[in-house]
Write a protein that binds this ligand. Structure first.
Ligand code: UD1
Ligand code: UDP
Length: 369
């Protein structure tokens, strides 16, 4: 019997982290053959993940260009993937989440009339500019996908309410599968030598488009104030390589005592620093899903989140980006032991660590294998 070829498409760091465990399960499943296509919407940050998971892509579109617009990126992903879909002989295309790569991957598959599986389906804020452009990307993908792999019951119900009940499957989030690969008891890293273990470490990231410019500046000012006032904290901040962000972070936080600006960390380092920090300050999506498992409070630098499960679990709090509020919320987590305890009880609403296996089972059933 011929193997069914499953084209797995991704291009950014978070997609790679969440698709890698699925590729691994597909590789060992008789009857299925993963064909990996990376768009390289991200380059260095993607390559870090491919290396950690030992994945060698079958196709690499190598599309990253500094400063390219969403439209330019979309066109090159769409036309690049059209050729790959044609030459790969695939019978299913898997995309992840809500990036430009994912949206254009789904569109290219639709134009070629190949079935589409959407991993991490059904997340919603129902605000088209928050997050931007991810909210509309995932809504558009939801419209053309044939199989919807929702990470939680809530995301599944949201899709069902949008009238696509038949092929919605609640699988858990593959990010929890990924965490099982990366967390190490004996973790070593050059940055550890620069950190003082007696201090509280605050792990921070920031990259969302809607936070570029003034919102980011306001947050950085709160961070600078906390670092200046308190000798018992240290910030670990791997800066997203977008030139605008690197510039602003350097201007406001560069060279300041107790603030460690670094290049993006690889995923093993990131998860292990998160596991050892006091709390997390971020606008990242994936980090909101990882922190509850690690029992780390997250101050979410956004007004709303598509991960309400983490808010209900008590781990996430949306605090926006105004300096005063960000400063005050950090101070509470540093000073108020009870408030800290309430947010730091580990509780993971995002799956059992076997999401990839669940997804593959559904794919096998889809092809009557
Ligand atoms: C993208 C996704 C966003 C996701 C984020 C994860 C879209 C529209 N945005 O945003 O949903 O949350 O990735 O990180 O799909 N760069 C490098 N090296 C890299 C990666 C990026 O230099 O390895 C720089 C380049 O100048 C690049 C810029 O960052 O042009 C922006 O990258 P892009 O993929 O367009 O957007 P992100 O903000 O990373
Ligand atoms: N991450 C990483 N290195 C870093 C910062 C984040 O490996 O320096 C990981 C993080 O643990 C999570 C993912 O990258 O798994 C989140 O990616 P990002 O915040 O860029 O995107 P989002 O999840 O917001 O789409």
């Amino acid at each position: 019997m011929e193997e069914v070829r499953v084209l797995v498409v991704f291009g950014t760091r978070p997609e790679a982290i969440k698709m890698a465990p699925l590729v691994k399960v597909l590789e060992r499943t008789p009857g299925l053959r993963p064909v990996v296509c990376v768009t390289a919407q991200h380059r260095e940050m993607l390559d870090q993940v491919l290396e950690v998971f030992g994945i060698k892509p079958d196709y690499d579109l190598d599309l990253m260009k500094p400063g390219q617009s969403l439209a330019e990126l979309s066109v090159s992903v769409l036309t690049g993937l059209e050729k790959v879909i044609r030459s790969s002989g695939c019978q299913l295309v898997l995309v992840h989440g809500d990036t430009t790569t994912a949206f254009m991957g789904a569109l290219a598959a639709y134009y070629s009339q190949i079935p589409i599986g959407h991993v991490e389906a059904g997340l919603r804020t129902y605000d088209k500019y928050a997050p931007y452009p991810e909210e509309m990307n995932r809504e558009f993908i939801g419209r053309v996908a044939d199989l919807h792999f929702a990470p939680t019951v809530q995301s599944g119900l949201q899709l069902a309410a949008e009238n696509r009940i038949a092929n919605v499957h609640v699988t858990g989030n593959t990010v929890i599968d990924s965490l099982q690969w990366t967390i190490q008891e004996k973790f070593n890293h050059p940055l550890l030598a620069k950190l003082d273990k007696s201090r509280k470490w605050i792990f921070m990231t920031m990259h969302r488009r809607e936070n570029w410019g003034n919102p980011m500046k306001e947050v950085f000012e709160a961070v600078a104030r906390i670092a200046a006032e308190r000798e018992d904290v240290e910030f670990i901040y791997p800066v997203h390589p977008n030139p605008e962000i690197v510039k602003l972070a350097g201007e406001i936080l560069g060279g300041k005592a107790r603030i460690h600006l670094t290049e993006p960390l690889d995923v093993v380092a990131t998860h292990n620093f998160m596991a050892r920090c006091h709390f997390v300050l971020t606008d990242s999506g994936g980090i909101q899903e990882e922190a509850p498992s690690l029992g780390k409070p997250v101050l979410v630098l956004r007004e709303k989140t598509e991960r309400p499960e983490g808010v209900e679990a008590g781990t996430l709090r949306c605090i926006g980006t105004r300096t005063e509020r960000v400063y005050r919320e950090m101070a509470i987590l540093l000073d108020d032991k009870e408030a800290y305890r309430m947010m730091s009880e580990a509780s993971n609403p995002f799956g059992d660590g076997y999401a990839s296996e669940h997804i593959v089972q559904i794919i096998l059933e889809f092809f009557d294998l």
